[in-house]
Structures are given as C-alpha cells and as structure tokens.
Design a protein around this ligand. Structure first.
Ligand code: UGA
Length: 450
C-alpha cells in the first residue's frame, strides 16, 4: 500500500518506519528539513530503541522523507496525520492538526482518485468528525464518505518501547466514517492477523485512547492515596499492602502447574511521587476540560490530577519530618527523567521537587543516568543554583539526603554505595525501590517516618 504520514515525531516516524517494515511504500512528511534529511540518510532524529535500524534498512528504498505534503498525498492512497497536539494547561491545541488538514484538503482538491485520511494524533472525542471533517471538506470542495475516507486510528506506543509496541500490538483500533475507510485501514495493518481489531466510529476510537490512559493514571493516584493514608496511620508499609492487593485473583492467576502469573496492570499499582510524561497528565487534563466544557464535572479524574499534583510534595514532607527546617541541608535529587530509560523531562515530578527544595533554601544537587547537564539546562529547568553531578557516587557524596524521583535501575546500587560513605545520606525513596533495612536511614512514600 502507498502510505504518507504527516508529522515525524515519535508516533509518526515510528509508525512510518514500521509500516515500511510491513513492506508498504511510505513517505514521511515534516516541515523540518533537518529531520527529513536525517530520515533520508537512514538516521533517526531522536532516540527510540530499534528505530535507527529500521530507517537504515528502509530509507531510500520503500521509505522516503519529504517536506512536500501535496506531492506525498498525490503519491499515496492513505495519509495518516500524526502531528503534535500541544497543551495549554487545560485544552489541547489543534493548530497543527488544522493546518495539516487544510493542506491535505487543498491537495485532495487536485486528486481525482479516492483517498483516505486517518487521524493518528491523540485528539479529544469528536475532533475528527466535528473539526477535521469540515476543514477537509472546505479545503477540498469534496465530500467525506463519498470522495474521500476519514478515519481515526489511535496509537498505543510507549516511549522507549515504541517500535516493539507497534510491531507486537495488543490491539488495533480502527475508527471510520464508513466501512470502506475501516477496510482500507485493515489493509494497512494486514501484517498483524492475530491482533484483536476494534472497528468503530471515529469518536469512540478517540475515546478509547483517552480512557486507556485515564485508567492508568487513576490506578497510580489510587495507589498514592492509599500510600498517604498508610503514612498517616503509621505501622503500615504500603509496599506490603500493594503486594497483598496484587495477589488477589483479579491481578494474579494461579496456573494448573502451580506457577502464578501477575497481570501487567499491577505495574501501575505502586505508590510513588506521581506520574509525569507527555501523555498521562495531558490526556487526563484534556478529558477533565472536555467534561467541564460540557457541564459535566469529571469528579474522579479531577481528583486523580489533584492527588498527582500533591504527590511530589510528599517527599518534602518526609524530609521535613526528619530534618525540620531544610535551609542549607544538602539534598541530592536522583532522577530527572519522568520515567526510566528515557531522557524525556516533560511533566517530570523532579521539577516540583527541585522547586520546593530551592524555595526552602536547601542546597540541591541532581543526577540522572541519561539526562545530561546540557540537556537539563537546555530544557530550561530554570534552576541555576542546582549542581548537576556526573555520577551517582559523586551525587551522594557529602549529601544529607538523597531523594529518589525516577525508578532507574542504577539507583538500586545505593545501599552498597552509601555504606562506603563516612556520613551516609538518609535515603528518601519516592519510588519504593530500596528495601528499608539495607540502608542506615530510610524514608519512603507510604511508610510512616519512625
Ligand atoms: C503512557 C501509557 O502507558 C501508554 O500505554 C500510552 O500509549 C502512552 O502513555 C501514550 O499515550 O502515548 P508513557 O507516558 O510513555 O505511556 O509512560 P508510562 O510508562 O505509562 O509512565 C507514565 C508515568 O507514570 C511515569 O511518570 C511513571 O513514573 C508513572 N508511574 C507509573 C507511577 O507513578 N506509578 C506507577 O505505578 C507506574
């Protein structure tokens, strides 16, 4: 099939490279010439595991980059729109989607053949039918459903494992204005015959994406609310509580041979210092805003966000319970990325943690295995007085406290490292990855300070 994809962010480019791997003929379109040059040289313009290899294999053969959206559309049968939907704090900004769809519509006007347009960007329910359709019809002078197909195919890629997620999908959701649009998408995904396919309308497809992320965020905030109550009651460790919850038959099945299998969803049922990233906070906020706009307060999801906003502050409460005033206390923040195995700083809980420490005049050091000093300053964390350490060892030397914000594997070395120090720092565990007994002094989310 001849496929064009507008937008070469991690969703657009991973999808493009994987469609090429499925032997489709793919054109990836972006306004950014440097990106397109990199793609045509077989190099990924950002780090995503396995992407370089795919581009190397397919660039110049059945994968091309282009800045010419019109030509890409004329040369393909189906166009996926995977441009960004930035967030203004409550609503997503559809500016890029609208601009791309206007150009797609203008190109459609010139194209005699039937064409299919599929929205892949995450957009609030109703956007494809109520916003995109009108723009495409106005710009093309054509009729959706008759002259061109219009569909919605959400992505379920996780940063860091996006290529694997595409190549081994758990489900494929195909929204469409009509059966023809859905059937054409099935052709694009013909290489995944064993994957469950959900055929539906565009608005339902949009909602499936939001509901999928909202349930994950809800479980995280649920775990954190229970953790905070455990801290307040005392004599309870939330880690033991969650282990007990995970063992329920709803989460862990016992097989006939005696082995047990734990459902992956339990990885969202752990206490911590809150969720971040480019998806969960933004998607839940956008749903809450949509509910509010419709006069339907989203009470549960509103609380999910509220609990999440407060959660980084729980680390500061733990520090204050131990030290009292934090002025001039040397505190090391361990982990800047919003989750392990990425250098992504978007909505990371590290930012509020550092901000609150500086407000209390603590002397702050920070270390992340991947986010370098340059990146951290480039991302304008805006914390001039924070000293960035080049290694975990140097980060904790001379510190009064080390606060774990990101669940990096490397931080499990802490018990061995702190033992070597004459004055070991108190470990403040925002991800509950260190067994308390292994370090001289320990504080953790969901565990009352002694
Ligand atoms: C999320 C979803 O997991 C993907 O299924 C979805 O496709 C993607 O959004 C998307 O919409 O594109 P992602 O944001 O990359 O993926 O990362 P997650 O692994 O879900 O982690 C999100 C945040 O939750 C991280 O800050 C992590 O530290 C936090 N988290 C996770 C917790 O605070 N507690 C937990 O128990 C689990």
């Amino acid at each position: 099939m001849k496929i064009s994809i507008v937008g070469t962010g991690y969703v657009g480019l991973v999808s493009g490279a994987c469609f090429a791997d499925q032997r489709h003929q793919v054109i990836c379109v972006d306004l950014d010439e440097a990106r397109i040059d990199a793609i045509n040289r077989g190099k990924a313009p950002f780090h995503e595991k396995g992407l370089d290899e795919l581009l190397e294999t397919h660039a110049g053969k059945n994968l091309a980059g282009s800045t010419d959206l019109r030509q890409a559309l004329l040369d393909s049968e189906m166009t996926f729109v995977a441009v960004g939907t930035p967030f203004d704090g409550s609503h997503i900004d559809l500016g890029a989607i609208k601009a791309a769809c206007r150009q797609i519509g203008e190109a459609l006007r010139e194209k005699p053949d039937y064409h299919t347009v599929i929205i892949k960007s995450t957009v609030i329910p109703g956007t494809t039918d109520n916003v995109v359709r009108g723009i495409l019809e106005d710009a093309s002078g054509k009729q959706a459903g008759t002259d061109f197909g219009l569909g919605m195919n959400p992505e379920f890629l996780t940063e860091g494992t996006a290529v694997d997620d595409f190549q081994y999908p758990d489900r494929i959701v195909l929204g469409g204005i009509d059966q023809r649009t859905i059937d054409l998408q099935k052709e694009a995904y013909a290489g995944f015959p064993d994957t469950p396919v959900i055929e539906t309308n565009n608005t339902t497809a949009e909602m499936i994406k939001y509901a999928s992320n909202a349930v994950l965020a809800t479980l995280i905030s649920f775990s954190n609310e229970i953790a905070n109550l455990c801290t307040a009651i005392g004599d309870i460790d939330v880690v033991d509580v969650m282990e007990g919850v995970h063992k329920a038959r709803y989460f862990t099945s016992r097989l006939a041979d005696g082995r047990s299998v734990t459902a992956p969803i339990t990885s969202f049922l752990y206490a911590g210092c809150g969720f971040g990233g480019s998806c969960l906070p933004k998607d839940v906020s956008a749903l809450v805003a949509q509910g509010r706009d419709l006069g339907l307060p989203m009470e549960l999801l509103d609380s999910v966000l509220r609990i999440n906003r407060r959660q980084p502050g729980k680390l500061i409460e733990l520090l204050e319970s131990h030290f009292g005033d934090l002025a001039d206390k040397r505190v090391t923040v361990l982990g800047l990325a919003f989750k392990p195995d990425t250098d992504d700083l978007r909505e990371t809980p590290a930012v509020p943690v550092i901000r609150m420490l500086l407000e209390r005049n603590a002397l702050v050091k920070a270390y992340d295995p991947v986010v370098s000093t340059v990146q951290a300053s480039a991302a304008r964390l805006g914390f001039d007085s924070v000293q960035y350490s080049p290694s975990l060892t140097s980060a904790i030397e001379g510190s009064d406290a080390a606060v774990i914000v990101t669940r990096w594997d490397e931080f499990t070395d802490l018990p061995a490292l702190v033992k070597k120090l004459p004055n070991p720092p108190v470990i403040v565990d925002g991800r509950r990855i260190i067994p308390p007994a292994l370090v001289p002094e320990y504080l953790g989310i969901g565990l009352a300070p002694e």
